[in-house]
Design a protein around this ligand. Structure first.
Ligand code: NAP
Length: 346
């Protein structure tokens, strides 16, 4: 049966794939945007809606404006809350990251509680709410991270983005536990890669690939490991969480852990070797010196470079029925899309 779903952050890199998936499955999507007059941010979603069995309605709301989601949420049975800035280069972490993430979550969930029709909330959190630095795995005596783990090492000065995601997810669980109207299902993606539907997102996912293709790392890759997941699998996970009755709790979404060098190698193979990609590792001592030029500070280098990182993704496979797309396909499709849409920016 078609569901009525308010989606925040649906104009973004991940959000637009989630909206597409929901429209193609025949649902009614109430999309919230910050500024309705900026039609270029959501026109492409209207075009997708015109060719899908689902319906799209657009409303104006802002994470920092209390009560601004009340109108869009009316009559909805489900809320997908994805809106939150994913930027790493910030001057004021509280204003730019923590406030929109934390106050935004409080704001959206207050509107959900006001609308008696809302029975389920899906929150897009991150593995950044599970761990702060790769070193945490070793320090906590773990072989891998699971949904049981929480980020306890980030703060406003060290890893502010993970800090913002941790505070927001903790707040969502706190508010969930105080009421009985809506269930909460949380999606915790690792680093999201794959093609973009929007050409105007500030997501670090797109910036990372653009930087790599421009040759920013050609002298040497940092010895960093990420969990990586395809954006289309992340969209499926959200849609499964919307449609399946008994989905609650946290869900790590990660296809596999790969190093930056392995990412570069996949791009090299899939792009006919036409980019200036790194072929070797940058020594850790060098990163202490040149890291700041690339937005990497010394405490990040100390706690992340050279450490392994593993995630257990079995809950996503069992409960959300995710069949992870091959990693090389993700990278190939992303490079081709960014080339086609002229998104490799200087
Ligand atoms: P994105 O493309 O920058 O999308 C962010 C979305 O949040 C946009 O729709 C943006 O709206 C909206 N937003 C930001 N500030 C807002 C505000 N004050 N009021 C209303 N809306 C606001 O980034 P993304 O990579 O798709 O990330 C989406 C979500 O996934 C975030 O919650 C992020 O933390 C999470 N996540 C991302 C990754 C990843 O690797 N990309 C991994 C794990 C989790 P505008 O269109 O108006 O800018």
């Amino acid at each position: 049966m078609a569901k009525k779903i308010m989606v925040t952050g649906g104009t973004g890199y991940i959000g637009s794939w989630v909206v597409k998936e929901l429209l193609e499955r025949g649902h009614i999507v109430k999309l919230t945007v910050r500024d309705k007059s900026k039609e270029e941010k959501y026109n492409f979603l209207q075009e997708i809606a015109n060719q899908s069995p689902g319906e799209l309605e657009v409303y104006e709301a802002n994470l920092l404006k209390f009560g601004s989601y009340d109108e869009a949420i009316k009559d909805c049975d489900t809320v997908v809350h994805m809106a939150s800035p994913f930027i790493l280069d910030v001057k004021d972490p509280i204003e730019e990251l923590v406030k929109p993430a934390l106050e935004g979550t409080e704001n959206v969930l207050a509107s959900a509680s006001k609308a008696a029709t809302v029975k389920k909330v899906i929150l897009t959190s991150s593995v950044a709410a599970i761990y702060g630095d790769a070193k945490d795995m070793q320090d906590q005596g773990l072989n891998e991270f699971t949904e049981e783990n929480w980020n306890t090492t980030s703060n406003k000065d060290h890893q502010p983005y993970p800090y913002s995601k941790t505070l927001a997810e903790r707040k969502a669980w706190e508010l969930h536990d105080k009421q009985e109207q809506w269930f909460l299902a949380v999606i915790n993606p690792s680093f999201v890669m794959g093609p973009s539907l929007t050409k105007i997102s500030n997501s670090e996912s797109l910036k990372f690939m653009s930087d790599m293709l421009k040759g920013k790392m050609q002298v040497g890759a940092p010895d960093l490991v990420f969990g990586v997941v395809d954006v289309r699998d992340v969209a499926k996970a959200h849609a499964s969480a919307v449609e399946m009755e008994d989905v609650t709790g946290r869900h790590i979404l990660s296809n596999k852990s790969v190093s930056v060098l392995e990412m570069a190698e996949a791009v090299r193979i899939e792009s006919d070797k036409k980019y200036k990609l790194p072929k070797s590792l940058s020594p850790k001592w060098l990163l202490y010196i040149v890291g700041p030029l690339f937005g990497i500070n010394s405490s990040f280098v100390k706690k992340n470079i050279g450490y392994p990182l593993r995630f257990n993704n079995s809950k996503s496979i069992k409960n959300l029925e995710i069949d992870y797309r091959p990693f090389n396909t993700t990278m190939k499709d992303m490079v081709e899309q960014m080339e086609e849409n002229n998104m490799i920016k200087n």
